[in-house]
Ligand binder design. Structure first.
Ligand code: FES
Ligand code: FES
Length: 154
């Protein structure tokens, strides 16, 4: 049994320790907003926050994150910066099919927390998750937009 803190709630999970966190989130907890894309840490669709650090859950053994604070897309709006990112995503109508977007929101939240006013180069370096729908231009516009108000976030 493994204890996991997910979105502020403590869960006791019956899973093998090496099980990828992604499958525990989706199958054990029923939170399906975090997506499976490649399974090899390349696409970013499975990104979640672990103690505030954006992390690819498809290659993260669940036993390695016991007692850490895990935030998924279902809980990202509990974070003031995460909420602003989601609001900017809605304003700019960023998602197309939406499949990659929970990971994109995680990456953007991490970026804005690290750098309130990112340059295009900062965005290029941080926003490396793949999007098969090609939403990169609207992602960039949304990040620049929300950066203007990030300095007021907690
Ligand atoms: S599913 Fe984890 S990086 Fe692609
Ligand atoms: S919105 Fe469809 S893959 Fe990114």
């Amino acid at each position: 049994m493994i204890k996991l803190h997910v979105n502020g709630t403590l869960h006791t999970i019956d899973a093998e320790g090496e099980t990828p966190l992604l499958w525990v989130i989706r199958d054990n907890l029923g939170m399906t907003g975090t997506k499976y894309g490649c399974g090899i840490a390349q696409c970013g669709a499975c990104s979640v926050m672990i103690d505030g650090v954006v992390t690819r859950s498809c290659v993260t053994p669940v036993e390695s994150v016991a007692d850490k604070a895990i935030t998924t897309i279902e809980g990202i709006e509990q974070d003031p910066v995460g909420r602003r990112v989601v609001e900017a995503w809605v304003r700019h109508q960023v998602p197309q099919c939406g499949y990659c977007q929970s990971g994109q929101v995680m990456a953007a939240t991490s970026l804005i927390k690290a750098k309130a006013h990112p340059t295009d180069d900062d965005i290029n370096a941080a926003m490396i998750n793949l999007c098969r729908c090609g939403t990169y231009t609207t992602i960039r516009a949304a990040v620049h937009d929300l950066a203007g108000s990030a300095e007021h976030a907690a």
